[in-house]
Design a protein. Structure first.
Length: 189
C-alpha cells in the first residue's frame, strides 16, 4: 500500500500567514497529501491579526498539528519519512536559526532533520528590505540546496485579485514540492 505524501508546513511569525493558509487549503484538497503542521507563537498571533481566523478553523486544515515546543514530535526525527518541508512565511529569525543549526524549537529541529536527511526544504522569506545578514543566511541555505521562494508576484498572468497573486505563489511552492496542480496561469511563451 502506498503511503500519502507527507509535507511539513511550518509557519513562523513573519507577516504573510495568508500564504501558509492558502497552501494548507490546496494541500487539504489533495487526498494523496498528509500535512504535518507546526507554527510559532507569533504565527498564532498573525492568524488572528491578519486573517481573523479562529484556531479551530485553522486546525481543520491540518492533518497533524504539533506544538512548536514539542521536540519529541515525529517530525523531529529522521526516521519519520517526509517528502519535504515548507517554512511559509519564513521570518529572518527562523531563517537565521535554520542557517546555523539552532534547533531550540520544533520548526528549527524539523528543518535541521530535513537538511541532515537531504530532503526538500523550501523557505518563503517574508522580509524587505533585506540586510547583509539576511542575504548571507539565505545564501548559505541556498548553497545547501534549500529552495528560496519569496512571495514575489508575477504579472504576466494578469492577476485580477490579491487571491490570484497568492495562488500564483502557492502553485510555485507546490511545483517545488513535486505536487501536480493547476492553481496558477503558466507562461506559454
Amino acid at each position: 500500500m502506498t503511503r500519502k505524501k507527507r509535507i511539513i508546513v511550518a509557519i513562523s511569525g513573519a507577516s504573510g500567514t495568508i500564504y501558509a493558509i492558502n497552501l494548507l487549503r490546496k494541500l487539504k484538497a489533495n487526498p494523496d497529501i498528509e500535512t504535518h503542521v507546526v507554527m510559532s507563537d507569533w504565527a498564532r498571533e498573525n492568524l488572528k491579526i491578519e486573517l481573523d481566523m479562529s484556531h479551530m478553523e485553522f486546525e481543520s486544515l491540518c492533518d497533524v498539528l504539533y506544538s512548536n515546543k514539542n521536540l519529541g514530535a515525529k517530525i523531529a526525527s529522521g526516521s519519520f519519512i517526509t517528502d519535504g518541508m515548507v517554512v511559509v512565511p519564513a521570518s529572518m529569525k527562523t531563517v537565521a536559526g535554520i542557517a546555523c543549526g539552532f534547533s531550540d524549537n520544533l520548526i528549527g529541529r524539523a528543518a535541521d532533520v530535513i537538511l541532515k536527511e537531504q530532503r526538500k526544504l523550501i523557505l518563503v522569506p517574508r522580509e524587505t528590505p533585506l540586510n547583509t545578514i539576511h542575504l548571507e543566511n539565505l545564501t548559505k541555505l541556498s548553497k545547501m540546496g534549500v529552495h528560496i521562494i519569496p512571495p514575489v508576484p508575477a504579472f504576466y498572468n494578469k492577476p485580477e485579485t490579491i487571491q490570484d497573486i497568492i495562488d500564483h505563489n502557492t502553485y510555485r511552492l507546490m511545483d517545488a514540492l513535486g505536487i501536480e496542480n493547476d492553481y496558477g496561469h503558466r507562461w506559454e511563451g
